[in-house]
Each structure stands twice: as structure tokens, then as C-alpha cells.
Design a protein around this ligand. Structure first.
Ligand code: ATP
Ligand code: MG
Length: 567
């Protein structure tokens, strides 16, 4: 591509409203432009990278026997009512009305359409297994679209679905996807983690997420660097660190106006980990949950233990059960006896401090085994950095991450709800076993930028996703021999099938170099003083920093060698 004819509107300034480096960079490099909140146009350079990602995805999906199809974005709401997800998706789903007043939705994902196809057109075990995939625009009315293309209201997803006769078939399809996903993310040059995850809205059985570390990520991961065990914080468990030995006597102490862990620990000069949070929740029945002062409740675990309707108790419920307001409540001396559970990290803990069920009073010296022998211990907290790995005991690390892909074993959840059946060799009707597998195309691009953009150096694309591999930069455009050479090299590179960008614009060397660093192609070729004086072409491999000078005859060979060496 000749830059003089290309639409690559680069910008020097960092856009004020963009926080994530990838978002800033995509705007500055002229890859994207916003249209309305959470909706972007992809300009030529941006779309070129997106197409490279999609090509890698297609190749890897085809190699596991995936068949590409294309499913409609406009869906009748009825199939979403059948699966129950018209309600589950709630406001995240875009709904519209056709001229006859019929409700249609813009599909946020496609399990329902797949099930509808399967129930109508898959009849016998002979039609199975199938792997169907598409690369398709999805619509989700995200509450806070931000972070550029990482979370948008219209985005491109590769989604695939496996249809099998039984669990063994599903396992095979799932494993094939896990392998293909590893290859896709590796070919995109990403450093990623594969983690055990919760299935959330999708339902079904086992699921794994493909994640990249990012301070802007909305998920948290728990990783053991020693044995490699990795889980989403939603489902991670850990071995609580050993409790310090120190028995004490039960003492009631005055704590006027001190309610929060911060306030009480400051007032009593104790560390938050010597405190105990006593929290009252309500589902069908009220329940008190005890966790260590420096720990946090994990919402997913709470729901798993007490059901989806679990919620913090209202102030009047707390007073009715404890006789006082939140902040002074605890497991000892309740007005009314209720179920009490404690987090596992409190097992065998002594000398704890929590509320005394009396205003402005706390109890210290609590030994849970001695003072509350009947409570049940459960895993209900978030793992924190430094906890022991549940597999090998080594200290784990907790960090933020972005989800790029998610693979699910759905089993028969959707096929039973929507009656997607097949007949087995004996003529019995059985539900089809389904798997569902998604990848966000934009998130791959943005993650790749996050991992390879440095403010001091600019962007650096890897071989797989680089919009162009070679950036030709003639710097003395007023010299005819330079423009002639630039044209000749450009023709050679393009006929050698090497994606090349030629900066044939009039402009200073500084202006061109700035744009070249910003755009981030892996190889820069500089045509300037060295050619005029010594007939030498300067080639820079930006991955190694190495600069070589070659003459015209060596040019193509050298470029091809450098490209081969790029990862
Ligand atoms: P998140 O938890 O980040 O909202 P999700 O669990 O809703 O993601 P899935 O329904 O599993 O995501 O969708 C599959 C993939 O589609 C995700 O792994 C992600 O890469 C991508 N994706 C999901 N929502 C968005 C969005 N709003 N914008 C861009 N990509 C998205
Ligand atoms: Mg979501």
C-alpha cells in the first residue's frame, strides 16, 4: 500500500477520553473511529489486522473439522423464551419490533439458533457429530461500554458449537477446541493463561477461559507460578495460611462509634486479620457468614451455597436477629438462633475480635472451636495473593485479566429445553450433547496491542497480526534516485507477496519515522543518505533492534531471512 493513497489518519495527541493503552493507540494509529457509545468503525489498517486474526481463527477451526456457516443476527424472540435466556440476558439484549409488531432480537450469541437448526434438521445418530462455527457480529447492550474495542455493544465473535451423541463425543470436541484455541492465541503472539471458570449465564458443566493479564481487566485470576494451576477468582480456592497460636479469654470491650473493620482495628490497634467480619444475609432463611477481617466474600461462591436469591439482610432484619445494628453483630449472644457458617480460613483460629451484638461493644479473645462449636466451615471468600495453592501449597498470585475466549461443555441443557433430539441405533430419542466455544476478535487485537505497545518505542506487531511486514521509508523524496529505488523495492516486495507499506508522502524524515514507530511494522527499510553516498539500503529488524546495510542485490534475500526469523 502506498501511504500517499491510503486512509491512515494518525494522530500525535493521546485522546483524552481513552484510558486503556490499546484504545489510545488504536485511535492514534487510525485503526478505529467511534460512531456512538460502544460502536466503532474499523478503518483500513484496523480491518487488515482484524482480517489477519480471522484468518488464523478460520485455519485453526478448519483444522479440527469445523465447518463455517453464517447464522442470522435477527432472531425471533420465541426461541429465546424457550431457552429462558430472554429473561436471563435482561437489558443486555437489543430488542426491536417489525412492521407487524412482532418482537425480534439482535442475537448476543447463537446457542438458540443452533438448537433450532439441530431440532429441525438433525434426525439420527448418523448425522452426528458436527462442529459448526461462524465469525459473526454480536449485539449486547453493555451497561458501561468502555476500554475501546475490549467491551463494545457491537462486536465480532467467532462462535462454534459441537453436537454429539454422548458425553465422550462432547469431551473430544471440547478438547479439540482447547487445542485449537491454544494455537490461535499462540499464533497471534499472545502470552495467555487457560483457567478454570464459572459457566455463568451460559449454564452447563465445565468451562475454561483464555485470559490475558491486564491491569484494566474486569476479571481476576489466581495463578500458581509453581505448578501452573490457574483459575478465575470466581471459582478459585486456596489453602488458608496456618493460624498463629494464641489462645485468649472472651472479653467484652467498649468500641464507641467503631463499626467497620478499619475503624475497630485502628481503635484496638489490632491488624484486620485478627478481626472477624460477621455478615448477615438472607435467602429463604437468614444466615450469618463469618470471614476473616482482611478477606472478602466471593459472590459466585455465596450464590452456589445459598442460591441466586441470596442478598445482604436489611437493617431491620439484622436488628431483629442480633438485637443491634450491623457493625456490632457477631455469632455469640444472638437474639434469635440462625444458621452460622464460617469461612475455612477461620478454622482453628483463636483470639478473634468481632461484634458483641450490643451497640458500641465488641468481643475479643474468640476461639471459634471453643465458643461456637456447632458452626459449619465453607469456602466463601476470595483467594488473596500469598494464599497456598490448592494443588501444591505454593503461594499464589492474584491479578486482573481480560477474557479473550471461553469454552463450555453445555451438555444437554439447551437441547432438553428446546427438544433438540436425535434417534440412536435402536430408534430411541435422545438429547443432543452440546458444547459452545467463543472468541472475541476485537479483544485479540486489543490484547496484542496491550502486550506490544511501549510508550517509548511505539507499537511492535508480531508476524502473525502485523498489518504490513515491511515499512519502506524513503527520506529524501526530492532526490529522483531515491523515489526510483523506493518504487523498485516496493514492486519487488509486493511481487514477492510481502505485505508492504510505502511511505511515499512528501514530508520530513522525523515526521515519517514518528508515524512508522507509531504504526509498528516489524521491519523498517530506510532509503536515504546511505544510498546516496554508498548505495546501501538500511534494514532494521525492530524485534531484535538489529540494523543491517545491504546492497540492492542482497535486499530481497535479507528481507526474506528476517521475516522467517520473526516469531
Ligand atoms: P465478559 O465476561 O467479558 O462480559 P462474556 O462472558 O460475556 O464476557 P462470552 O459470552 O463468553 O463473553 O463471549 C465470548 C467472547 O466474546 C468473550 O470471551 C469475549 O472475547 C468476547 N466478548 C464478549 N462480550 C464482548 C463485548 N461486549 N465486546 C467485545 N468482545 C466481547
Ligand atoms: Mg458479558
Amino acid at each position: 500500500m502506498r501511504l500517499s493513497h491510503a486512509y491512515v489518519p494518525t494522530r500525535k495527541e493521546v485522546p483524552a477520553d481513552a484510558v486503556m493503552p490499546s484504545h489510545q493507540w488504536m485511535l492514534r494509529a487510525g485503526m478505529i473511529r467511534p460512531l456512538v457509545s460502544g460502536v466503532y468503525s474499523y478503518l483500513p489498517i484496523g480491518w487488515k489486522v482484524m482480517r489477519k486474526v480471522m484468518r488464523i481463527i478460520r485455519e485453526e477451526m478448519d483444522s479440527i473439522g469445523g465447518q463455517e456457516l453464517q447464522l442470522p443476527v435477527l432472531n425471533p424472540v420465541e426461541i429465546w423464551d424457550e431457552s429462558g435466556r430472554n429473561t436471563d440476558f435482561g437489558d443486555e439484549m437489543f430488542r426491536l419490533q417489525d412492521r407487524k409488531g412482532r418482537t425480534l432480537i439482535l442475537a448476543p450469541t447463537h446457542e438458540e439458533v443452533i438448537c433450532d437448526l439441530a431440532r429441525k434438521y438433525i434426525q439420527s445418530y448418523k448425522d452426528l457429530p458436527q462442529i459448526w462455527y461462524q465469525i459473526q457480529t454480536k449485539f449486547r447492550d453493555e451497561p458501561r461500554p468502555r476500554s475501546g474495542v475490549m467491551r463494545t455493544r457491537q462486536f465480532i465473535m467467532k462462535d462454534s458449537y459441537t453436537l454429539d451423541v454422548d458425553d465422550d463425543g462432547l469431551n473430544a470436541g471440547y478438547q479439540a477446541h482447547a487445542g485449537a484455541y491454544r494455537k490461535i492465541f499462540t499464533r497471534c503472539g499472545l502470552t495467555f493463561h487457560v483457567v478454570g471458570a464459572s459457566s455463568g449465564l451460559m449454564g452447563g458443566g465445565r468451562s475454561q477461559e483464555f485470559m490475558v493479564e491486564s491491569p484494566y481487566g474486569e476479571d481476576a485470576l489466581v495463578l500458581c507460578d509453581h505448578c501452573g494451576k490457574a483459575d478465575n477468582l470466581e471459582v478459585a480456592s486456596s489453602v488458608p495460611p496456618a493460624a498463629p497460636e494464641s489462645s485468649g479469654e472472651l472479653v467484652k470491650i467498649k468500641t464507641p462509634g467503631q463499626k467497620t473493620i478499619q475503624e475497630v482495628s485502628g481503635f484496638l490497634k489490632k491488624s484486620p486479620r485478627e478481626m472477624m467480619k460477621s455478615l448477615v444475609y438472607a435467602s429463604d432463611e437468614p444466615v450469618m457468614i463469618l470471614i476473616r477481617g482482611d478477606h472478602e466474600i466471593n459472590e459466585s461462591k455465596l450464590i452456589k451455597l445459598f442460591g441466586p436469591s441470596v442478598r445482604p439482610a436489611h437493617p431491620d432484619e439484622i436488628i431483629e436477629i442480633c438485637g443491634t445494628e450491623a457493625g456490632y453483630v457477631g455469632p455469640i449472644g444472638l437474639k434469635r438462633s440462625i444458621t452460622i457458617v464460617a469461612d475455612r480460613a477461620l478454622e482453628n483460629q483463636q483470639n478473634l475480635t468481632t461484634g458483641a451484638n450490643e451497640k458500641d461493644r465488641h468481643l475479643s479473645g474468640i476461639d471459634l472451636m471453643r465458643d461456637c462449636p456447632e458452626i459449619r466451615y465453607v469456602d466463601v471468600r476470595n483467594v488473596i495473593s500469598g494464599d497456598g495453592c490448592s494443588e501444591c501449597g505454593s503461594p499464589v498470585r492474584v491479578f486482573n485479566a481480560v477474557e479473550l475466549g471461553h469454552i463450555f461443555k453445555l451438555g444437554t441443557k439447551y437441547s432438553e429445553a428446546m427438544k433438540a433430539m436425535y434417534s440412536d441405533p435402536d430408534g430411541n430419542e435422545k438429547p443432543i450433547f452440546m458444547g459452545s466455544y467463543g472468541i472475541g476478535v476485537e479483544r485479540i487485537v486489543a490484547a496484542c496491542i496491550e502486550q506490544n505497545f511501549r510508550p517509548e518505542r511505539g507499537m511492535l506487531w508480531n508476524r502473525g497480526l502485523a498489518p504490513y511486514l515491511v515499512h519502506l521509508i524513503p527520506v529524501n523524496m526530492d532526490k529522483e534516485e531515491i523515489t526510483r529505488l523506493a518504487d523498485a523495492l516496493y514492486t519487488d516486495l509486493v511481487s514477492g507477496n510481502i505485505d508492504t507499506l510505502l511511505d511515499d508522502r512528501k514530508g520530513s524524515a522525523g515526521f515519517k519515522f514518528k508515524d512508522a514507530d507509531l504504526l509498528g511494522m516489524p521491519i523498517h527499510v530506510i532509503l536515504g543518505g546511505k544510498w546516496i553516498k554508498e548505495k546501501q539500503i538500511e534494514i532494521k529488524n525492530r524485534h531484535t533492534g538489529e540494523v543491517v546495510l545491504v546492497n540492492r542485490d542482497q535486499f530481497m534475500d535479507t528481507i526474506e531471512k528476517i521475516i522467517d526469523s520473526l516469531s
